[in-house]
Design a protein around this ligand. Structure first.
Ligand SMILES: NC(=O)c1ccc[n+]([C@@H]2O[C@H](COP(=O)([O-])OP(=O)(O)OC[C@H]3O[C@@H](n4cnc5c(N)ncnc54)[C@H](OP(=O)(O)O)[C@@H]3O)[C@@H](O)[C@H]2O)c1
Ligand SMILES: *[C@@H]1O[C@H](CO)[C@@H](O)[C@H](O)[C@H]1NC(C)=O
Length: 303
């Protein structure tokens, strides 16, 4: 169980031999993604290409303004606007990023919403919450793969982390992938994390040498409650002074999650709130599930 000081010290030692790393934080405009991006900027002393992807430009610009300024010419920290609940947006943004970054070293995906409302379909027929927690993440990884592979082929880091709820999923209905037939708040809460487990396994099988992590961040004091579209959850944000007593700050969670990313060995990994690997005795998905989820996702996100 690495402590905060251990993981910060580890992260501070990150000095890539290949020069300026490229890191993309989808969901880097708030909460855990912001914490990761800030830690990355601090440990690289600003000498990293950093892209924050999200909807809130004002939040992004405030975060970027506080990053240490790069001392190497041509290095930029920037915001790219994208509502990731729509696959057509994800595809467009990914293709624009690909033209600009032939190599990508780190991709962190943490865009999320907290809602207890029922199924809410986007114009593409995907439930909004599953789109943000899973489908959009899958499509980002898939479409940015040429740049991740190029980094790996050049002997550089090529690592992806999806921050959601590793080890907290449940059994999924392989005949109702996407939950069109039997959507419930509970089924969605079980499916999102298990789809993410299948995602990291599916990508690791196809791309040996790269790292794909699904992490569980623990309880983190972020804007997730305040931003909820469920009134009871917004109300619960009044409890934050109390929640703070046992929740991680977003800064601490950011260090631990960045550690999970920087420390990852090749393959599919599930990591915990400290950034350490989970030891899984028994899974609720198998190779057949991984392939069926893969095929389903390929179809649903191909717009
Ligand atoms: N906080 C916790 O205790 C906790 C516990 C377990 C799991 N998690 C998971 O961890 C992840 C991060 O949560 P957090 O606490 O950091 O949340 P947060 O502070 O509310 O941040 C959520 C991020 O997601 C982005 N986002 C949401 N919907 C988006 C959309 N449609 N398009 C683009 N970006 C979108 C937001 O960016 P914009 O506002 O710029 O759109 C923001 O950067 C979530 O998946 C959450 O389920 C959190
Ligand atoms: C569905 O999502 C849209 C966009 O986020 C939101 O405006 C609307 O209130 C949601 N509907 C329900 C029933 O949650």
């Amino acid at each position: 169980m690495p402590s905060l000081s251990t993981v910060s010290a580890f992260n501070a030692r990150f000095t890539p031999s290949y020069g300026i790393p490229v890191a993309i934080f989808v969901g880097g405009t708030s909460g855990i993604g912001q914490g990761m991006a800030e830690a990355f900027a601090r440990h690289t002393k600003g000498n990293a290409q950093i892209v924050l992807v999200g909807r809130n430009r004002a939040a992004a610009e405030a975060i970027l303004a506080r990053f240490p300024k790069p001392t190497v010419g041509g290095v930029k920290h920037e915001f790219v606007e994208c509502d990731v609940s729509l696959m057509k947006n994800v595809r467009l943004t990914a293709s624009e990023l690909l033209t600009r970054f032939p190599k990508i070293n780190f991709l962190a995906l943490s865009a999320g919403v907290l809602t207890l409302n029922g199924r809410n379909e986007t114009e593409e027929g995907i439930d909004r919450k599953l789109a943000v927690h899973y489908y959009g993440r899958w499509r980002f990884i898939r479409d940015l793969m040429p740049a991740l592979e190029a980094a790996h082929q050049a002997g550089e880091d090529a690592k992806v982390v999806s921050v959601l709820a590793a080890k907290h999923g449940g059994k999924i209905d392989l005949d109702d992938l996407g939950l069109k037939k039997h959507f419930s708040v509970f089924n969605a809460a079980m499916a999102g994390p298990t789809y993410n487990d299948c995602m990291v396994k599916g990508f690791a099988d196809r791309h040996p040498g790269l790292s794909f992590i699904h992490s569980y961040p623990g309880s983190v004091n972020t804007g997730l409650l305040q931003n909820s579209n469920t009134a009871a959850l917004r109300w619960a944000s009044n409890l934050t002074p109390f929640l703070k007593l046992f929740a991680y700050s977003f800064e601490a969670a950011g260090e631990h999650q960045l550690y999970a990313l920087l420390n990852a060995k090749p393959g599919a990994k599930l990591t915990d709130d400290k950034g350490a690997e989970y030891v899984l005795k028994e899974g609720y998905f198998d190779a057949d599930a991984v392939e069926r989820v893969w095929k389903h996702t390929e179809e649903v996100t191909l717009v």
